[in-house]
Design a protein around this ligand. Structure first.
Ligand SMILES: N[C@@H](CCC(=O)N[C@@H](CS)C(=O)NCC(=O)O)C(=O)O
Length: 360
């Protein structure tokens, strides 16, 4: 069989989310470096976007956006499932995917671009992957310049660092009891957390030391998730249960990520009310909004994509019957995630090919 083509890089956040899924599901694939020539001849013409990773199937179909890629993999390779189909575990997995994709970019980008030692390594890594030092430098300049718009500033750095310390402590406790987030097998939650935790925090110079010195069990989870055992037969906890040790992690999602993400959604909804047109593709950022993390004020760009990610959490919950919904409510009550689950956006994002479009 022709291999699937995975256009990706080791130090790329979103590539690190998909790679463990390809390996776990035993997908025959070749990983191809995103050189300028590959952007020009494959990525841009196929997607119209400058994002990695993308997957090209043996039939020549293009998959883009890691959430859509994981969905497509689940359909094409249903054997070793990564997406729970039961209400509570599915909601936990989707909440953690939202948290990993949309919130953990704060510590991931801060630890890569705020410390000279990390910056030097990341710039060298970019050049090694890209092959064209000038193009790599331009890309690194753009990435390092983007952290202010994400909300990484002198005022917010202590809060971002405190969040990461608490996250690592929660993960250390959890991984002492269970090998993966939902039990004995990985899920999309493990894949999503690999983005920030492996591609940035484990590989970058300064946080790499922090992880190795303070979070050995998390380091082993990273290695284990990246190198799935083909003989492992374990599953998630029985009866749609969540491990008790997941509670502190969900608590961090609820206390720190939920308010920040919801402030962004509120600002986006106000922008769509004012300026959005159904059927149109919004800009990647539609202005700036204020939010708060552990008492620190952050100014961040408002991202239409965040609404599309939030819908991935809310849609499956909305399709549940009353029993399923009440199980979800019970499971997340007291976690602080209730506010995310109760969100009822007026507007809606869809996609046309790979571009976001305002659907409502
Ligand atoms: N939502 C997209 C995000 C992909 C993404 O942001 N990829 C990064 C690399 S990890 C990228 O290509 N960034 C280029 C840019 O921001 O212009 C996904 O899940 O695939």
């Amino acid at each position: 069989m022709e291999p699937f083509r995975f256009y990706a890089a080791e130090i790329s956040y979103f590539s690190a989310k998909v790679r463990p899924a390809l390996r776990y599901k035993n997908v025959p694939f070749a990983e191809i470096l995103p050189t300028p020539e590959v952007y020009r001849s494959v990525i841009l013409p196929r997607t119209g976007l400058g994002f990695i990773p993308i997957v090209v199937t043996p039939e020549g179909e293009t998959w883009q956006d890691t959430s859509d890629i994981l969905d497509a993999l689940e359909v094409r390779f249903p054997e070793r499932r990564l997406e729970p189909s039961t209400p509570v575990q599915r909601t936990a997995a989707r909440l953690l995917e939202l948290y990993a994709d949309e919130f953990l970019v704060l510590p991931a980008m801060h630890y890569r671009w705020s410390f000279p030692e990390s910056v030097a390594k990341a710039r060298a890594d970019f050049a090694a992957v890209n092959g064209d030092p000038d193009a790599a430098k331009k890309f690194a300049d753009r990435m390092s310049g983007s952290i202010l718009a994400l909300g990484v500033s002198d005022a917010s750095k202590p809060a971002i660092e405190a969040h990461l310390r608490d996250l690592l402590a929660a993960l250390e406790t959890h991984f002492a009891a269970h090998p993966f987030l939902l039990g004995d097998a990985p899920s999309i939650a493990d894949c999503a957390l690999m983005g920030p935790l492996y591609a940035h925090l484990y590989l970058d110079a300064v946080p790499g030391r922090l992880l190795r010195e303070t979070a050995p069990r998390t380091c082993h989870w990273i290695e284990r998730t990246n190198h799935p055992d083909p003989d492992a037969r374990g599953g998630w906890l029985e009866g749609d249960a969540l491990p008790a040790t997941l509670a502190p992690l969900l608590g961090l999602v609820g206390s720190d990520a939920a308010p920040l993400l919801l402030d962004g959604i509120r600002d986006l909804e106000a922008w769509i009310d004012r300026e959005g047109r159904v059927g149109e593709t919004p800009p990647r950022g539609v202005g700036l909004h204020e939010t708060v993390l552990r008492g620190a004020r952050l100014r961040r760009y408002t991202s239409p994509y965040s609404l599309w990610m939030l819908q991935r959490v809310l849609d499956p919950v909305a399709s549940l019957g009353p029993q399923g919904r009440s199980r979800v409510e019970t499971a997340f009550s007291g976690s602080g995630c209730e506010a995310l689950l109760a969100a009822a956006p007026v507007h809606r994002m869809g996609k046309r090919r790979f571009a976001l479009v305002i659907e409502r």
